[in-house]
Design a protein around this ligand. Structure first.
Ligand code: PLP
Length: 461
């Protein structure tokens, strides 16, 4: 495809996306697709000769778009919504167009320096402690996912505590409500399953810090080494917030690394009224949140901050001859390949930069506030409904509830809600009971959509 042909095809593609977004609310959220349907609609073998671009875009229109779950639909309340926005999409397009790989500073200086700068902006916008800014020993990096960023924290903590030589003695602690990625990361980092302690939670599903202290004390008495505590700010099942200040205190007594996973809730801290979510962060080693969940930036974009990059770089840096270069050896540049698992890296900072400049911090705040207010209204409607009961305290944009008639009634309600085609909810288990989750946070979701959701609940519960 020549640059001229690209110009035409690119315009057609942007037009297609604009139409798709304009009509997104008219599409079914969950596609009527059975396993194998999509593959059956595609040719068995690749074309021998190149096809015209119009044929490709037609097939996206005909075969692909109708067979995706519409995460951008305003009625999507499942899991945590994956935000996207037109400026982010354009940043992504430019990233692909520039085609740079920012594995080293020298392989694309702007890729690295814009990332450092935008993550400092994000730290300022979110009120993060200065220790996470790039002008000290720490700073931020964009990873693909929270899962990968947490893996980096696990590996850095493991090696800071002595690494492979003492691995069998090391212990990791996280709450029973932590995201499953933490367990996966701990296993990937070479720990055995029983080296991960599941700390009990309190009535609000937040980590019981005194139970943590007791587990740590027992392990120390047994000659074991607590190496990492992972706290969650905004758990996946119910939005619970672990008591980070006390957790940091317990960890400090034994020199354990503290990592805070705020994958979803972290975006809310652009609003000063939600900065209590950052309590204790001035004493932790690493922190992450996902702008791709609630900050108008399309997947993938996970912001990972460390107070001191040295243990991370020491755990992850391997320098073969073919990557040696003057800039790296000068010690004056960041090579982000040493802050992540893969070598190569995309230019993700562009989309975050575009989002921050297009909306401004006030625009981002308005986005969060609209969702938190709408979720508050929904929480009131749930509380007033005789057939429903809150399953956990409402948290930011997340409302969790169940049917008073038990699990089967809750399941039937979820199915009935999703069958309307107007809303998509997912479920979880809290205290072994089936719970419906409504995560208000879609880019195109307004208070009116959430009112409609509450009306549907009135009709169906
Ligand atoms: N941590 C928490 C608290 C989450 O809610 C999620 C996903 O919902 C994750 C981690 C995993 O996120 P990612 O898909 O970016 O790995």
């Amino acid at each position: 495809m020549t640059p001229e042909a690209f110009r035409v095809a690119g315009r057609a593609t942007v037009d297609w996306i604009a139409d798709f977004l304009a009509d997104i609310g008219d599409r079914p959220i969950v596609p009527p697709v059975a396993p194998g349907d999509v593959r059956a609609s595609l040719p068995a073998s690749p074309p021998l000769e190149g096809e015209p671009y119009t044929a490709l875009l037609d097939d996206v229109d005909r075969l692909i778009a109708p067979a995706i779950t519409q995460w951008q639909h305003p009625g999507f309340y499942g899991f945590f919504p994956a935000n996207s926005s037109p400026p982010a999409v354009l940043g992504e397009l430019l990233s692909a167009g520039l085609g740079a790989n920012g594995m080293l500073w020298s392989t694309s200086p702007a890729c690295t320096e814009l990332e450092t700068h935008v993550l400092d902006w994000l730290a300022e916008a979110c009120g993060l402690p200065d220790r996470f800014r790039s002008d000290g020993p720490g700073g931020g990096v964009i990873q693909d996912t929270a899962s990968s960023a947490s893996l980096c924290a696990v590996v850095a903590a493991r090696d800071r505590s002595g690494g492979a030589a003492v691995l069998p003695d090391l212990r990791v602690y996280t709450s029973a409500q932590a995201h499953s990625s933490i367990e996966k990361d701990v296993l990937v980092a070479g720990f055995a399953r029983d080296q991960l302690r599941a700390v009990p939670v309190d009535d609000t599903y937040a980590m019981d810090a005194e139970a943590l202290a007791a587990l740590v004390a027992t392990d120390v008495a047994d000659g074991l080494v607590p190496c990492l505590v992972v706290a969650t700010v905004g758990t996946t099942s119910s939005g619970a917030v672990d008591p980070v200040p006390r957790i940091a205190e317990v960890a400090a007594e034994v020199g354990a690394w503290v990592h805070v996973d705020a994958a979803w809730a972290g975006s809310a801290t652009v609003c000063p009224e939600h900065r209590h979510l950052l309590d204790g962060l001035d004493r932790v080693d690493s922190y992450l949140f996902n702008p791709h969940k609630w900050l108008l930036t399309n997947f993938d974009c996970s912001a990972f901050y460390v107070a001191d990059a040295a243990p991370l770089v020491s755990a992850l840096s391997i320098v073969p001859e073919y990557l040696r270069n003057e800039a790296s050896e000068s010690g004056q540049v960041i090579d982000y390949r040493d802050w992540q698992i893969p070598l190569g890296r995309r230019f993700r900072a562009l989309k975050l930069w575009f989002v921050m400049r297009s909306y401004g911090v006030e625009g981002l705040r308005a986005h969060i506030r609209a969702h938190v207010a709408a979720a508050g209204m929904l929480a009131d409607r749930v509380a007033a409904h005789p057939g429903l009961v809150h399953a956990a305290p409402p948290s930011l944009g997340l409302v969790c509830f169940r049917h008073v008639d038990g699990d089967e009634a809750s399941k039937r309600l979820l199915e009935a809600m999703n069958a309307t085609g107007e809303a998509f909810l997912t479920h979880t288990l809290l205290s072994d009971r089936y719970v419906l989750r409504v995560a208000v946070g879609g880019t195109w979701t307004t208070a009116a959509h959430v009112e409609r959701l509450a009306d549907l609940l009135d009709e169906l519960a």
